[in-house]
Design a protein around this ligand. Sequence first.
Ligand SMILES: Cc1cc2nc3c(=O)[nH]c(=O)nc-3n(C[C@H](O)[C@H](O)[C@H](O)COP(=O)(O)OP(=O)(O)OC[C@H]3O[C@@H](n4cnc5c(N)ncnc54)[C@H](O)[C@@H]3O)c2cc1C
Length: 454
Amino acid sequence: MIAIVGAGISGLSLAWHLHQKNIPYQIFEASSEVGGYLKTTQMGKNKAYLFEKGANSLLMDDEIFDFIQKSGFENELVYANKVSKSRFIVKDGKPKKLPTSPQGLLFSSFFSPTTKAKIFKELYSKKEELDPKITVGDFLEERFGKQLVDYAVSPFVTGIYAADAYQLLLKYTFPKITEYAEKHGSILKGFIKENGGSRKQSVSFKNGMQSFARHLAKSINVQYNHRVVSLKNSDFIERKNRRWVLEIEHDYRGQITTESLEFDKVFLTTPPSATANFLEPHFEKLALTIKDIHYPTMCLIHSVFKKKDVGFELNGFGALHPKVEGLFSAGTIWSSSVFEGRAPKDEVLFTGFVGGRQWQENAELPKKEILEKHTAELKQIYGIKKAPVIQQFIRWEKSVPQYDEQMLQVERQLKRLKKSDIYICANWFGGVSVSDCIKKGRDLALQFIADSNL
Ligand SMILES: Cc1cc2nc3c(=O)[nH]c(=O)nc-3n(C[C@H](O)[C@H](O)[C@H](O)COP(=O)(O)OP(=O)(O)OC[C@H]3O[C@@H](n4cnc5c(N)ncnc54)[C@H](O)[C@@H]3O)c2cc1C
């Protein structure tokens, strides 16, 4: 029997794919709901407001569409409005539209002539094998100059990975860029040649991201309020096959009972802290390495204003704040412009981000101070005259795992799990996005089935 620990999107995808092939398993979730970082709140009359407290959207390609369709949730899909293709960066205190194509970078007024000359020169870069330790910031600064990193790369790296571009390793964060540099020389050429026909779309669901997790859970027998507390070896002498014993605490209306269950294989989809605790008695070095994965704090603030009170047309996905602009927040997504049904028609919803690796100290301030500073900044940037109609706040003490130098150690140490019958399938290794987690769950399930000749 297989155990899956955790019912975030990684665990759900894994379980769903095993279920399709009639492979028996048990899945344990510590909390009373599924989804992990997919966390949606709907409120107001007729659920007029939809706040994403974790992941906002999902980048969908053909494989992800196939999964959504096969799971029977295709009719719930909502596509990002066309207008959200425009991305803004706050420059000199105001949102400015960023060119969206490599060609556009050369012809817009956003960048200085020196940066444009560097962009042009990049098209003639020679193929090279990259140092596995090179960071996103160092590599792209060498290719395109500091202005492009400050105003285009760093804000996006903060927006997606809550990270510092000069600490994230290129090979783990943007494997495609590494591939393009090695295959085409110029990464711009790589994008033009290989990405031209790509059909990735930003999507969500009518009732938000967590509704998809709940839908997947319907065909999977998730055991809610079941916290796995330890992983032990069973008695080797008595049994021929290696077996793992999970100690599980079941919380039933505040009454805690503990049980021990034996499994042949264990799939861990849990965050690093829990995973390290499970592994420590058996793989101490690996556990210590996993414990050291960096996880910055990030606060999300949902602010709703009357549209008439906002002095700026929110025709885009949102605006990111380069660190060099000296602002308090890392940026905002203009959620009501991206997807329909996030706020009443005469109101707008901003999802603001405070924190991440470059703004860590801001994320640790008291909630009241964060709300005051963030709101004042929104008012200033967008010429907003009145207070928000509604505001919501969530602090993720550990937001997005950082694919920095620590990952080189993690990758090395994970090899120790070979032949242990323990498998890792989580956002902290091999891809952080929701689509990456779905694909890793699917690939692990299929690989497992192939290896086991089932
Ligand atoms: C603020 C924020 C915004 C994001 N925005 C986006 C976005 O817009 N698009 C995107 O693609 N990605 C986004 N991401 C990243 C993405 O949401 C996550 O990487 C992904 O959802 C992680 O899924 P997971 O299943 O690997 O882990 P998790 O979601 O962490 O799931 C792990 C599960 O394990 C359970 N668990 C933990 N310990 C135990 C235990 N001891 N026993 C049993 N169960 C346990 C937890 O309760 C949880 O349900 C965002 C992340 C954050 C933090």
